[in-house]
Unconditional design. Structure first.
Ligand SMILES: [Zn+2]
Length: 73
């Protein structure tokens, strides 16, 4: 299909070396945890599952809203 994906920047990855969540530095990610990885241009950000779910929820709502708007127009 010769169309662009809106969500190619997001993927689930596994933590290598322990680090802090990008959204909240008190959220610690340990080796072996899963996380949401988001590529924005040249930079890559990693989020804990809790923050990742919020980001996914917000993105799904946005896409659903766009879908509704395009169907209604
Ligand atoms: Zn977090």
């Amino acid at each position: 299909m010769a169309t662009k994906s809106l969500v190619k920047s997001a993927q689930i990855t596994v933590v290598g070396a322990a680090h802090n969540c990008k959204a909240n530095k008190r959220h610690r990610l340990k080796k072996g945890d899963i996380r949401l990885t988001v590529k924005e241009g040249q930079s890559t950000s990693h989020y804990c599952v809790c923050c990742g779910l919020k980001i996914l929820d917000r993105s799904i709502k946005k896409l659903t809203s766009l879908q509704t708007d395009i169907k209604d127009s």
